[in-house]
Design a protein around this ligand. Structure first.
Ligand code: NAP
Length: 239
């Protein structure tokens, strides 16, 4: 069973930081699949994972998500009933966090082209698409071939956003891991074996080895809810 709300809030509190802290949140099967047979991840973690998912949204300034995930999981703006508004008020956070969708092609789900939401893209993305989006929502277009993530995080800091939550997916996560920008991962391990060809939770061209330390592991009736923090003091011997 999970601890009560007060203890969960303590366990998942963001550290006090003067720069954006990047937390990612994923669920996986025991054998590392990032989604279930239906091609989506929402069903894997069950009710306790859903509870922590909502808490993490309640604690953040901005939710960053790849366009692939937004399209597969049918993302829309965060609804008031999906987050703890009392907790947000107590922490001095905005009423609800914006969804910042990451895309190069700018094929943005209609539901997210809604005031208050955000698009992150490259400066070389289609200018007409950027102009069209800017009629309704904010667009951060930084970096030429690739999004310049340190510059995006600097932009977040300028907006006073230091609590960053990335909800995936594996391609976006792979980029952020390769750049060593992930400070923390909240990982739920569902008691399921799946085989198949689903990707892992971070997927990309550049293999890296970044040490993490365990923050906590909670056993919620066989579903394991873990939190891991980047250990920036450790260098693998062979590097
Ligand atoms: N297990 C979990 O917790 C979890 C979490 C999230 C998602 N998922 C699953 O993962 C699957 C989606 O995987 P995915 O790897 O395709 O997801 P993704 O990373 O969300 O989406 C990839 C797309 O996002 C955009 N993108 C990502 N990184 C970018 C970057 N650095 N610069 C510019 N654009 C970038 C591109 O969009 P454009 O094509 O628009 O340019 C790219 O095609 C879904 O089945 C979803 O259910 C699982």
């Amino acid at each position: 069973m999970l601890p009560d709300d007060h203890e969960l809030e303590r366990l998942y509190a963001y550290p006090q930081m003067d720069r954006p802290w990047v937390r990612t949140n994923f669920v996986t099967t025991i054998d590392g699949a990032a989604y279930a047979v239906d091609g989506r991840s929402g069903s894997l973690g069950g009710a306790d994972d859903t509870r922590v998912f909502a808490l993490l949204r309640s604690l953040t300034d901005v939710i960053v998500v790849g366009a692939g995930t937004a399209r597969a999981e049918r993302y829309g703006p965060v609804k008031a009933g999906d987050i703890d508004s009392g907790l947000r008020a107590r922490l001095g956070l905005a009423t609800s966090p914006p969804i910042a969708i990451v895309s190069r092609r700018l094929d943005i789900p209609e539901a997210l082209v809604s005031p208050g939401q955000l698009v992150i893209t490259t400066s070389t993305a289609s200018q007409s698409a950027i102009d069209r989006l800017r009629e309704t929502i904010d667009v951060i277009a930084i970096g030429e071939e690739r999004i310049d993530w340190p510059a995006v995080l600097a932009e977040f800091a300028d907006r006073g956003w230091t609590r960053v939550l990335c909800e995936g997916g594996p391609s976006l996560h792979g980029d952020l891991v390769a750049l060593d920008l992930v400070d923390e991962i909240c990982l739920t391990i569902a008691p399921v074996l799946s085989a198949g060809d689903a990707p892992r939770i971070a997927h990309g061209d550049t293999p890296v080895e970044h040490a993490m330390v365990l923050g906590h592991a909670l056993d919620a009736d066989g579903v394991l809810l873990t939190r891991w923090v980047r250990d920036r003091t450790y260098t693998p011997a062979h590097v």
